[in-house]
Design a protein around this ligand. Structure first.
Ligand SMILES: *[C@@H]1O[C@H](CO)[C@@H](O)[C@H](O)[C@H]1NC(C)=O
Length: 334
């Protein structure tokens, strides 16, 4: 089962406004009626969450520049790095990426700490230029997934993926592998958080939407495809609309993978189309956000870029609001 992500639900909200009087429900419009405007409450379904140390292994499918890969790698590195050096590097004060991630530990003490693992390049599109969900799982399996890792497949702008742009910007899911199952637990051993999910591994796919649907999967760095066009697009903090969009969607999916890895964790709504830690807060980045408006955000005076988090080496990112189980609210960093 794949759980879709990200921008589309928020855009679907906009679409609801747009089509409310029209009566015709397109598939996209239908999605949006899943979105509740009622206060968000994610329910704990008492299934397994990811806890402990996990390495995030990246498979780059298609062409990416070193700078593009570095943007995502630095984001993952920043999840577990104390970025207290941020001020020293000249960045205006902003919360760290690591502090954004700490909200996941409010779901469960010891929620996964994510560490950058290995990276694999597949520049020759070994499974072709159009990928099915099965192909995504096969690519994830190439990262030698084990239960201490999350496999992440990132697809290049020209790679087609079933459902990409039509219903999703990425997904997180799980699969089983022999490697993830080994070593076998001792007979009679009490299952621990680490052994309960034996054989299963979590994986994520996110696509660079720069060419196919930046208005849906790289908003707010691009005009939205649907809905009010009022606020101009934000300047992307890493000067790459597609990759800064990938960071938003990857952040969303990693939070979902850790708090609802196998479909029995925290979510609201139907199992097949759940609202998770970040998808429950889609489209919110700063204080005062409402559908179509990402909220108030710090702007870099030199570049005009909007951001709300600082990572390793002073790198800036725009990260989405995450639902906080202690306050039962979507909390933004700024
Ligand atoms: C995770 O890694 C850190 C740093 O290596 C270590 O201090 C910590 O004990 C590890 N946590 C778990 C649950 O293994």
């Amino acid at each position: 089962m794949g759980l879709r992500c990200c921008g589309l639900l928020g855009l679907a909200l906009l679409l609801a406004v747009a089509v409310a009087g029209a009566g015709a429900a397109t598939p996209r419009a239908r999605q949006l009626f899943v979105v509740s405007q009622a206060p968000v409450t994610l329910t704990d379904h008492h299934g397994q969450l990811l806890t402990g140390n996990y390495s995030v292994n990246l498979l780059w499918y298609g062409r990416f520049t070193p700078a593009q890969r570095a943007t995502v790698a630095d984001f993952v590195l920043s999840l577990s790095s104390d970025s207290s050096n941020a001020a020293a590097s000249g960045s205006p004060a902003a919360p760290s990426v690591a502090s954004w991630w700490t909200t996941t530990s409010r779901y469960h003490p010891g929620a996964a700490r994510l560490i950058l693992g290995r990276q694999v390049l597949d520049t020759s599109l070994s499974l072709g230029g159009r990928l099915s969900e099965t192909a995504l799982a096969a690519l994830a399996a190439r990262l030698s997934p084990h239960r201490g890792s999350v496999a992440v497949v990132v697809t290049a702008p020209d790679v087609l993926v079933d459902g990409f742009c039509l219903s999703r910007c990425g997904l997180h899911a799980s699969a089983t592998s022999a490697a993830a199952a080994a070593p076998a637990p001792a007979r009679g051993a009490v299952p621990t958080a680490a052994t309960r999910g034996r054989g299963r591994f979590a994986y994520v796919w996110v696509g660079n939407a720069a060419e196919q649907c930046p208005g849906e999967c790289a908003w707010p760095f691009h005009q939205p495809t649907y809905g009010p066009q009022a606020p101009p697009p934000l300047v992307a903090p890493n000067a790459d609309v597609g990759m800064d969009g990938v960071v938003i969607n990857l952040a969303t999916l990693l939070a979902g993978a850790v708090t609802n890895p196998y479909g029995g964790g925290y979510f609201q709504g139907p199992t097949e189309a759940p609202l998770e830690a970040v998808t429950a807060c889609t489209g919110m980045f700063g204080a005062g956000a409402y559908p179509g408006y990402p909220g108030q955000l710090p702007v870099d005076a030199a570049t005009g870029a909007s951001y709300n988090a600082v990572g390793v080496a002073g790198r800036r990112f725009l990260l989405p609001a995450m639902w906080d189980p202690k306050s039962s609210q979507c909390s933004t960093l700024v």
